[in-house]
Design a binder for this molecule. Structure first.
Ligand code: ACM
Ligand code: ZN
Length: 764
């Protein structure tokens, strides 16, 4: 027994001493730490003016949190030696969400214009305390803080259609958001794979639409469609009572919930419930994964009863959610069904709409009109720009920033959520050693460095950028632990992007503060990523020589590397300056922290020296703006693509690669190779064939060889070099043409254009 007590005391002392210094995230506007501490113990009380009734819940929030940490029940509005004073006072200079906190040895005073500001002050106060510290006095360092946010929209999204998590996980998510002063929760409640909100007028939306046949054991894109008669056992939904409770829980933490009721596409779950809502009106079941094939997933835009349905649904939604905004989706509408639907086509004719994009615009505008009549505003994904934006719509820019820029220039409000860097379903490290993700790479630093105001906007246009949001789509995220892992710590970086004044941001300082948050996550049993340990390998050329820069996001780390293909160890070369590459080699590099090699696998990069290095490449068809590799001459920079999508690859969607290289002078050549990637799940396929040609004058080209794709690799991931060896010939120009494929039968995009990804053209 004695030993157990000693053990616990020891633990308590260790835990409590661990919290030294002030590590508030997001960094406040002004913060001055003084000597001395305010002690929270049995002699401490919370006080507020009882006329300011709204502060009761703020006081309760602080009381609950302190009790959870230390076990002390702070009393409210009783006389004690030491007080935590909460005060609503007029302080116009700090705005609606700002607060001022002054901590001395005898008092903590938190002042603000609103209860929101008081709650933020409390959140800052809580961040100075240990995560758990039972039966030990809590110390708050004496300090003065004046603080307010840079952006008014600070959002986090979660997709509960692809996976239903339930109230406890959502509340935990909201709590985490609140700790970092995020103020808007975008709740994606409707999509093809599940309808998650009870609508009393349409009970089948949840009795049918919330349930799908369980193929969760298979990868998202390769799940078979449900067959008639199969039992739908996977899913769930929120009752209206549960939703009310979650809205209240969020409001107590300053969080507004914006529900997303997706339309007109991504609604297979609604059509499964009420087939008359689609163009074909055929019965179907909610999607089991990403495989659409012959599923109907759009509402019919030419059928008035669809709008009657939606108005009734939205009326119930509006009664539940007090938010000024309701998100109505609008993304990725497959216009195919509308093109062949008599009702949709008739609507296009009678309303003189230009085409199906015009029909989408008509749809969104009609819904906006209804929402306006209910005194609400709509938000839509950036596709709502196509065919003409609804007059007062707010645009969520997800396909990069272009939609947001266009909308802001047209004087519409914008929320920035570009896939890179704020899609938190993308990898944050590795990808070796990481849980399977949808793709992409949004590291902590990439998030931290994000600037929501694009440089294309002038000061007036910039005012339309309300803020930004991270999105967590859950095709690959199905547990609470995984949710935590994907948002911690990236959400903290985003919080600092959105709250902290730009000039107060510091990556180094953020990392220092982050350490105590990591400790707290550990103590609370939260799952988090400790960082991206993959070394970044960046080639540059100087004076016609090829160099590589190595860097790591990890602070206080070193980099060790090899050039002989072996794995780096602590006895390998330590990186100090850019490395000159003057022969073909494989470079491998690892991050080392405190004498330990970190990460699941060393970063690797092949370099090849050949006759086309540095030569200009022109394309007959444009390279995708999403996959530009390192710029126009990536195919001749000596750097080969790796199996990470996006890394050094040029991507072509739906058309062929036709690359023309001018070698500058006639050269003797005897082989040409083109590196290609296949990544079946990402719609990237090896070309059907590659044609190699040469020319002396750049006008008349002669075929050297055509290499067909004869590999039998089906759905495998692969890198393959199509290579032609031939007797020496003299040429100044080389042309390489790679034939694109449609997605094959059985693939989720069957019959649609696929991608080809190409890297170095090696000429020897
Ligand atoms: C989206 O990611 N489809 C909005
Ligand atoms: Zn139709």
């Amino acid at each position: 027994m004695k030993i157990r007590i000693l053990f616990f005391l020891n633990l308590a002392v260790t835990v409590c001493l661990a919290q030294i210094g002030v590590s508030i995230i997001p960094q406040p506007v002004i913060m001055k730490v003084n000597s001395g501490n305010f002690i929270i113990d049995a002699h401490t009380a919370i006080q507020f003016n009882s006329n300011q009734k709204e502060l009761k819940s703020a006081a309760d929030f602080l009381t609950t949190n302190v009790k959870n940490i230390s076990g002390y029940s702070l009393q409210i509005n009783v006389a004690k030696q030491k007080v935590i004073q909460l005060m609503i006072v007029e302080m116009p200079q700090i705005g609606d969400e700002g607060y001022q906190m002054d901590v001395t040895t005898t008092s903590v005073t938190i002042k603000a214009n609103t209860k929101s500001g008081i709650i933020y002050g409390i959140q800052s106060l809580l961040q100075t305390l240990p995560a758990i510290c039972t039966n030990v006095t809590l110390q708050v360092p004496c300090m003065n803080i004046t603080d307010y946010p840079r952006f008014k929209y600070r959002g986090m999204h979660i997709d509960e259609s692809r996976h239903f998590f339930g109230p406890d996980v959502v509340k935990e998510y909201i709590n985490l958001m609140a700790s970092y002063k995020m103020n808007t929760f975008h709740w994606h409640l409707v999509d093809d794979q599940g309808w998650r909100i009870e609508i009393k007028k349409y009970p089948k939306l949840t009795s049918v639409g919330a349930w799908r046949v369980d193929h969760n054991d298979k990868v998202w894109g390769s799940r078979p469609q449900a067959k008639p008669g199969e039992e739908a056992t996977y899913g769930g939904y929120y009752s209206q009572e549960q939703i009310k409770e979650i809205i209240k829980y969020a409001a107590e933490r300053n969080i507004t919930i914006i529900p997303e009721i997706e339309m007109p596409g991504h609604v297979a779950s609604a059509i499964a419930s009420y087939p008359a809502l689609s163009c074909t009106q055929k019965p179907q079941l909610p999607l089991t994964g990403g495989n659409y094939t012959d599923m109907s997933s759009n509402y019919c835009a030419g059928n008035d009863s669809v709008f009657t349905f939606l108005e009734k649904v939205l009326t119930e939604v509006i009664e539940l959610f007090p938010s000024k905004y309701i998100h109505i989706g609008g993304d990725e509408v497959d216009k195919g069904p509308w093109k062949v639907c008599p009702k949709c086509q008739a609507k296009i004719k009678t309303d003189h709409l230009v085409n199906e994009e015009g029909l989408q615009s008509y749809f969104i505008k009609r819904i906006e009109k209804f929402m306006k009549s209910k005194n609400r505003k709509i938000i839509g994904w950036d596709e709502i720009l196509e065919g003409g934006l609804a007059p007062e719509a707010t645009v969520m820019s997800w396909r990069g920033e272009a939609g947001g820029i266009e909308a802001a220039k047209a004087q519409h409000d914008v929320i920035m959520t570009p896939g890179s860097p704020v899609y938190f379903d993308h990898y944050q490290a590795g990808p070796e050693g990481e849980p399977l993700a949808i793709g992409g790479m949004n590291t902590l630093k990439k998030v931290y460095d994000y600037e929501p105001i694009p440089k294309e906007l002038n000061a007036i246009e910039a005012k339309y950028i309300l803020g930004a949001q991270a999105n967590l789509w859950t095709e690959y995220v199905t547990t609470a632990e995984h949710v935590e892992y994907m948002v911690l710590p990236r959400m903290l970086a985003l919080a600092e992007v959105l709250w902290t004044q730009k000039e107060n941001k510091s990556w180094e300082n953020f990392n220092e503060r982050l350490q105590s948050h990591f400790k707290a996550f550990g103590q609370k049993g939260l799952h988090f990523s400790s960082g991206n340990f993959t070394v970044s390998i960046k080639p540059t050329s100087q004076n016609a020589k090829l160099f590589v820069n190595l860097s790591t996001e990890i602070m206080n780390a070193q980099i060790y590397y090899t050039t002989d293909g072996t794995e780096p160890t602590l006895s390998s070369n330590k990186y100090t300056d850019p490395i000159e590459i003057n022969l073909s080699l494989l470079l491998k590099a690892s991050t080392v922290v405190n004498g330990r090699i970190m990460g699941a696998q060393a970063a690797r990069q092949n370099f090849v020296l050949h006759k086309a290095i540095g030569k200009t490449v022109t394309y007959t068809n444009p390279v995708s703006k999403y996959y530009p590799a390192d710029g126009p001459n990536s195919l001749t920079d000596g750097v080969k693509g790796t199996d990470a999508v996006g890394k050094h690859w040029h991507g072509f969607s739906g058309n062929d690669l036709i690359a023309n290289i001018d070698l500058g002078e006639e050269k003797n050549i005897q082989s040409i190779g083109l590196g290609c990637l296949q990544n079946y799940n990402d719609w990237i396929f090896l070309p059907q064939s590659v044609l190699f040609e040469s020319s002396i004058d750049g006008i008349i080209f002669t075929e050297i060889k055509t290499i067909p794709n004869t590999l039998d690799i089906k759905q495998k991931k692969a890198m393959f070099e199509f290579k032609a060896d031939f007797p020496i010939l003299s040429a100044r120009y080389v042309r390489v043409s790679a034939k694109n494929n449609l997605c094959p039968v059985g693939h989720s995009g069957a019959g649609k254009p696929g991608w080809i990804f190409v890297d170095e053209i090696v000429v020897e």
